[in-house]
Write a new protein. Sequence first.
Length: 313
Amino acid sequence: MSKQWFYVIDEAVKKVTEGEVELGLTALRKVQEHGRALPEVMLYLADVWYQLGHLNESSGLLREMLEQQPNMDVETRQECELLLAEVALDESDYEQAETLLFKLRDEGYEGSRLDVLLADMFSLQGLDEVAVKYLARAQQQEPENQELKEALGEMYIRLARFEEAKELLGELDRHNLSHLLVTARLYAQNGQFEQAYGAYQNAAAIESAPEALFGCGMMAFHLGLLPEAKEYIEALLAVDEEYMTAYPLLADILQALGKTDGAIEALERYVELSGFDISQVRRLTALLEQTGRQEQAKEYQKLLEQWDSEDEE
């Protein structure tokens, strides 16, 4: 019987992903209405609601199950509580998440998912030193899990534990885009710009991802490879013209190449997109004054004065 319900849920999800959203959601609600007596089906449905971004439906269904079916088997009940804690984290309800996760921990729940969620909870609250302990334990439980290695490596980087990050990330698939980006960030944060440049270039060769192209441009700039840096940032903006942090870097590159007018255009675009960045507006104003474009400079100077007066108020 349960297999039929799972099939209906999967078909409903297909409808949603294929654009027949209302039809798919209606089918999911029908399953919820008529399949309440089957905890494993309702748990699966709650996870589907969560994956589709319907957090209220997911949490409401999970709470209903926990309240109305107190005799469900321990494993299903714990999975309900784990998913409910995950929803709570997405909603920034850390108190609810902590209550659920600590309860499961005290019950002796075994499985890396609990430790991953505990790590997420502490990390979201800015407690990376605590989070890393849980993430390391999760990774030890699944030593071949590439995603856990990558996540732990990134956390080691954030904590400036570079040697541990290198050791862990060295075990990852070197042809994996995500791994290459993490490795590149590690090298960059450690001041190893040549190695970072190589990793970013390898990543860009796999996919013209904005982060890879931006990293290539930034590292090339640090290494004094200005024409290459310009090419990478222009390629990035061709992919994503609203990648805001690329514009100040492009202005740096163009200034270093002696192309002041181009630097001004890049900064004007950045100010237009960002709306508020006093340091870059001051820089733009100074460049306009240096090139004799006094009227334009006055416009930005007025904007700066207006912001200064608002701050004083």
